[in-house]
Design a binder for this molecule. Structure first.
Ligand code: GDP
Length: 197
């Protein structure tokens, strides 16, 4: 699939205000600074569709973009940010939990993982929680340009082992680099396949 049009639709902190669930949607989530905005902009050939930010814990909203007039790309707030109120840090946040549990048109939740880091508890907890709610999950390892091939393979093995302690089988895993424009076709093909189901 090629993205021919990407249109900002809405930005809300309440899942009840999101657009009517009349089109399939695919959401992207991860810890702050994982490279989510850069990845979304790479997918949509845009420099500014999703706002990149160096401030973890920036405004927490659910952002909908209409892609090719046929599906929604959703930019979810980052979880596990360092700043913010205690209540926001409890669990994964009410907004995120509501979204994952209530959004009936969610085709797949892409959880972004920084490929440079050892498995982080909040990522593993989130993946496990979403899986337990019967949400389709795929993982995107970001910033792979920052690693040598050997390091990347080693980190992936460690991650797969950590996942298999909690999951019976591995979710789909896609490798990406917004800096080198890698992983774009894989992600869009994955969405294309899901749209056909
Ligand atoms: P977000 O907070 O998850 O939306 O992360 P951003 O997209 O704002 O990226 C956080 C930082 O990581 C920024 O300094 C980006 O330039 C950098 N970054 C994002 N993706 C990549 C990547 O694929 N490769 C490299 N080398 N840096 C990246």
């Amino acid at each position: 699939m090629k993205i021919r049009s990407a249109e900002f639709i809405s930005s809300f902190a309440d899942v009840k205000k999101c657009p009517a669930p009349d089109l399939p949607e695919f959401a992207f989530i991860g810890r702050s600074n994982v490279g989510k905005s850069s990845l979304i902009n790479m997918l949509a050939h845009s420099n500014s569709l999703a706002k990149t930010s160096s401030t973890p814990g920036k405004t927490q909203t659910i952002n909908h973009f209409l892609i090719n007039k046929t599906w929604y790309l959703v930019d979810l707030p980052g979880y596990g940010f360092a700043k913010g109120s205690k209540t926001k840090r409890a669990g994964f946040g009410q907004m995120i939990e509501d979204y994952v549990l209530k959004r009936e048109n969610l085709g797949c939740l892409f959880v972004l993982i920084d490929s440079r880091l050892p498995p982080q508890a909040n990522d593993l907890n989130f993946i496990e929680w979403a899986g337990s709610k019967d949400v389709a999950v795929a993982l995107i390892f970001t910033k792979i340009d920052k690693l040598k091939q050997g390091e990347l393979q080693k980190n992936l093995k460690v991650y797969e082992k950590a996942l298999l302690l909690r999951w019976e089988e591995l979710p789909a895993i896609i490798l990406s680099s917004a800096a080198k424009s890698q992983g774009k076709d894989e992600i869009l093909d994955f969405i294309d396949e899901a749209l056909k189901e």
